[in-house]
Ligand binder design. Structure first.
Ligand SMILES: *[C@@H]1O[C@H](CO)[C@@H](O)[C@H](O)[C@H]1NC(C)=O
Ligand SMILES: *[C@@H]1O[C@H](CO)[C@@H](O)[C@H](O)[C@H]1NC(C)=O
Ligand SMILES: *[C@@H]1O[C@H](CO)[C@@H](O)[C@H](O)[C@H]1NC(C)=O
Ligand SMILES: *[C@@H]1O[C@H](CO)[C@@H](O)[C@H](O)[C@H]1NC(C)=O
Ligand SMILES: *[C@@H]1O[C@H](CO)[C@@H](O)[C@H](O)[C@H]1NC(C)=O
Ligand SMILES: *[C@@H]1O[C@H](CO)[C@@H](O)[C@H](O)[C@H]1NC(C)=O
Ligand SMILES: CC(=O)N[C@H]1CO[C@H](CO)[C@@H](O)[C@@H]1O
Length: 530
């Protein structure tokens, strides 16, 4: 095992251009024949001011307001004065990054429980997740092979009785996405009938075990943690297999295409610095991620129109994606970040942007779980809003659905208590958790192609502390505004949002302990036919 990431910051390369807007235009969508877009685009323009509110309750059986209509913001000609909470949006020159979307991850647990639903119930749920009257999610991840949210562990070329008992298969003659891969592809393919402009990216938790340094160690009993690739020792990628692994990714993209699932991007490794045993993980040093790209992965993905998103791990080793870009220049489409450094420090995304103004960024994984305690839960809001402030073009929560005991999941380790947006109890019985409504406060109202704007006043504290007020201000393609506000305090506030540059002041109350989204119609429509 090599030593960890060395700090390598590119001093002197800082570009000071607060309005240079990175574009998401080169990132594809997974297709299908379903509708595109939604509220805030030119086919669905916002014509009257509206507000939606979700209480930050901490419960899977959430009660309280959930995407409920809230007090309508009133347009004023001038600032009303008095004791108000002022929010100022730099609408004149504060344009920042282009937005792509918000969403979740397809896991084996999700597919497993969705398969338990009767067809009409699944149809209703898919509309709630992807429909224009539902959450309309636009950014989805899926697991390439098994993750900790898989009841059984496998890769697409185990070449043996189990994930950790295979023999080398250098020509990938035994490549097969198998029962679980097919099941996942078939379920994900349904998504395109509900929404055809979702960006879908895949992430492997591990290469086939025979591509790892510890992979040929046979456990006395494959069900005992500590055997083979469940071991921490030498749980890293064997660099003899760079090109083989690149071909493996190519075959995976082709196999999913056969089920009409278009993969738009991959991360070469989920959490490349996490090599803990117990569930599929793999260590992949930044220089090796770059070498993997240079030794075939870049070419295989380019041929298929699939982007490569570097890193896919926590903000505390922020030099990693820069090292991949430096090592594989011109071949990285985006950088991906997770929320689990304690606490996450999303300002590293602004630093990354300064050095790479044309490379979009995403918050690609954050889990909420039964460990969250206390009366209030701002996990979604906290980990969606700060990445947006710091140049993120979208964000995705982790597992989308589980059964009532937060499974199926790996029995030996990993997350055994992650809560998604959906919990399935039986063929006709599921609940939407409060996480579903929290995600909806973003995914329903912020369109692909929207532009994030600088907020110059009204943010108090950081999104990761209690007792604060946080704002994102995003201009949708129709010229209307989505203003998302988190008030993590016990006080209802009388808020005035000033759109500086449009000479508009909007006023309404923002209740205590809520996430609130205001939709404000365009002063002048940005749509040519209106
Ligand atoms: C780990 O790697 C070292 C050095 O290559 C080797 O000596 C050792 O046998 C490996 N351990 C296992 C369990 O594969
Ligand atoms: C993929 O889509 C094509 C065209 O719509 C259709 O004919 C074919 O049956 C689909 N394949 C699968 C596996 O769903
Ligand atoms: C967060 O990262 C920035 C660099 O972007 C650093 O200056 C700051 O000290 C970090 N904050 C914390 C709390 O670690
Ligand atoms: C959840 O799935 C796991 C694995 O299939 C199973 O052992 C467990 O009993 C299930 N829990 C419920 C409540 O269905
Ligand atoms: C759904 O399942 C839960 C948990 O078993 C149960 O409490 C609830 O009554 C069920 N609801 C319906 C409508 O069957
Ligand atoms: C609100 O929080 C403040 C500071 O923690 C506390 O002093 C006050 O009593 C709280 N008010 C209510 C209504 O809970
Ligand atoms: C608008 C609003 O309610 N802001 C409050 C949110 O929380 C911070 C920290 O407690 C207060 O200072 C704000 O007044």
């Amino acid at each position: 095992m090599r030593t960890c990431v060395a700090a390598l910051l590119l001093a002197g390369l800082t570009v000071i251009s607060p309005t240079s807007a990175q574009s998401i235009q080169s990132i594809g969508t997974s297709g299908g024949n379903g509708p595109k877009g939604g509220i805030g685009d030119c086919n669905h323009p916002v014509t009257t001011a509206q507000a939606f509110v979700t209480d930050a309750v901490n419960s899977e059986f959430a009660k309280g307001r959930q995407l409920a209509k809230d007090a309508t913001p009133k347009l004023l000609q001038k600032h009303p004065g008095g004791n108000v909470w002022d929010v100022v949006v730099n609408a004149k020159s504060g344009a920042r990054q282009e937005m792509l979307g918000f969403g979740h991850a397809w896991t084996d647990s999700t597919v497993d429980v969705f398969n338990q639903l009767d067809a009409d119930v699944l149809d209703k749920l898919m509309k709630e997740l992807y429909g224009q009257d539902g959450n309309n999610m636009g950014l989805m991840r899926h697991t390439i092979g098994s993750s900790d949210l898989s009841g059984e562990q496998y890769s697409y070329d185990d070449n043996g009785p189990s994930f950790n008992e295979g023999s080398p298969d250098k020509d990938l003659a035994h490549f097969d996405i198998g029962y679980y891969g097919e099941r996942q592809a078939k379920m994900i393919a349904k998504m395109g009938s509900y929404k055809s402009d979702v960006t879908l990216f895949g992430s492997p938790w591990s290469a086939p075990s025979w591509m790892k340094y510890n992979g040929l160690f046979i456990a006395p009993n494959r069900n005992v943690p500590g055997g083979g690739s469940y071991m921490i020792a030498n749980n890293s990628f064997n660099i003899d297999y760079f090109n083989t692994y690149a071909q493996y990714f190519g075959k995976y993209v082709d196999a999913f295409a056969k089920y009409n699932v278009t993969i738009n991007a991959i991360t070469p490794q989920n959490e490349p610095l996490n090599y803990q045993g117990g569930y599929p993980c793999m260590y992949l040093e930044a220089a090796d991620e770059a070498s993997l790209i240079n030794n075939g992965l870049g070419e295989e993905m380019k041929k298929r129109g699939v982007g490569i998103w570097a890193y896919d791990h926590n903000t505390d080793q922020s030099a990693y994606p820069q090292r991949v870009i430096t090592g594989a220049p011109g071949q990285v489409q985006a950088a991906a970040w997770h929320c689990y450094a304690s606490p996450a420090n999303y300002t590293v995304m602004s630093d990354f942007h300064d050095n790479n103004p044309d490379i979009p960024q995403f918050m690609t994984e954050c889990a909420d779980g039964s460990w969250s305690s206390g009366p209030h839960n701002f996990v979604v809001a906290s980990n969606f809003m700060e990445p947006v402030t710091n140049w993120g073009s979208g964000a995705a929560m982790w597992v989308m659905a589980t059964n009532a005991s937060y499974g199926p999941h790996c029995p030996y380790g990993g997350c055994g208590s992650c809560i998604g947006s959906v919990i399935v109890y039986g063929p006709r019985n599921y609940t939407l958790t409060n996480q579903y409504y929290m995600i909806g406060q973003f995914s329903r109202y912020i369109r692909r192609g929207a532009i994030n704007y600088e907020v110059t006043k009204g943010i108090s504290g950081t999104a990761l502390t209690n007792e604060q007020f946080y704002v994102n201000a995003i201009k949708n393609p129709d010229g209307s505004w989505a203003i998302v506000m988190m008030n993590n305090s016990n006080k209802t506030q009388n808020v005035v949002v000033e759109l500086d540059g449009e000479q508009q002041y909007w006023q309404a109350t923002v209740p205590e302990f809520t996430l609130n989204t205001w939709l404000l119609p365009a002063k002048k429509s940005a749509c040519s036919n209106h």
